[in-house]
Ligand binder design. Sequence first.
Ligand code: BG6
Length: 436
Amino acid sequence: MSLSLIIFGITSNLAQKYLLPALYDLEEKGLLPENTSIIGVARSPKEEGWIQEHLDLTLSKENLHHKHTIQDPVKQALLKRLHYLNGHLDDPEFYQRLHKKLTDLNSKNLIFYLATYPELYQAIFQNLKDSKLHKSKTGFVRLMIEKPFGQDLNSAKALNKLLHQFFEENQIYRLDHYLGKETLRGILEFRFKTSSNLQPLIDSRHIDHIQVTAIENFGIGERGAFYDRVGALKDVGQNHLLQMLTAATMDKPAKFTNEEVTSERIKILKKLTPLKDSVVFGQYQGYLSEKNVNPSSKTETFFALKTFINNDRFKDIPIYIRAGKKLAQTLTEVVIVFKQGEPKLLRFKIQPEEQLLMSQDPYEALILDAIRGDQTFFNDAEEVEIQWAFIDPLASKKGQPIIYQPGTDGPKEADLLIRRDGRSWAGTQTSDFSKT
Ligand code: BG6
């Protein structure tokens, strides 16, 4: 296969933290198709040899997601594939040079990875079309688009509409890296592919409630400019946490195809009830002095909410979802708490275990899926819109967030949200589950 992966935004945080390390790992494992080129695109003109320095620097940085030693032969092999093109993504002249480069490389199949600002999308799509790079007669053209996909339902709809003016749905890979996680895919394996005796217990007759948690013991770091515009609910609630919930609650798909799996996820998302009076927003003390944060910002770094899945299987079963930064610990999990008897609960750990056991990083998995043309673990147009339809009413309740101390379990109002129902958060300092 002759393939070019074109990364728009090779100097982005995303490319440095996730994409280049994932490509290194794919190279190391010999999983990239033989004739694969990678073209990194950034704005400013650079000296020849710059891309080598960029790769060196990127791989040498401390990286939570990529911890093993860098081997020179692997790096050299990756470097051979790596090209650099500078240019402005809204400048037609750049696309002429890109076209020429792709012709020189004789690439029949193209994947464009948009690690860049959403404001540029329209210009990118239009220019790809004008330079006839938006489809191919002899191979495929695919787009990988990062979250956040829009900022609310209306903007997500507008973006889907825009995309469909230029591309077919089967060319569009909307990414939520949680769908690439082995531990999340493992939930589906456990529920549907092994003969688990717990799977039949996942319904309202046996379950007391469900908790979805993604808490982190670190803050926003260098990402203030991005984070301050988004906040926790949209940064991780609209996507990662909803996907953890669907994995744990969706029905078994008739077949493990993209259409069937996506359709089961969508069925759950459609039945989620936003409860505007059961949501708490918090902000860690000290957030306002973070770099590139508005000093009077009301952006939340924590949220907790209660919801229900309004279908037969989960009728009247409360679902508690929470996420936040600068908390006492880092923990990502779905916990299904049973009504009585043994086991008391079923715990699907996404993290921290993942870092120990993980053999494939989510970005590796998703890049490979896109190369193979498998959209099962990507969001389709309808799915992202339904996620926003659930989030929008809750986001409308944001006001002044409750300030919480770093290193704690978050605002006590979040504790009350669940305590008033006679329950407690699993895995926190005051948890009733600490003994289990
Ligand atoms: C990203 C969010 O999508 O996911 C971050 O923007 C968050 O704020 C991160 O920290 C969590 O991902 P992971 O894979 O580290 O759990």
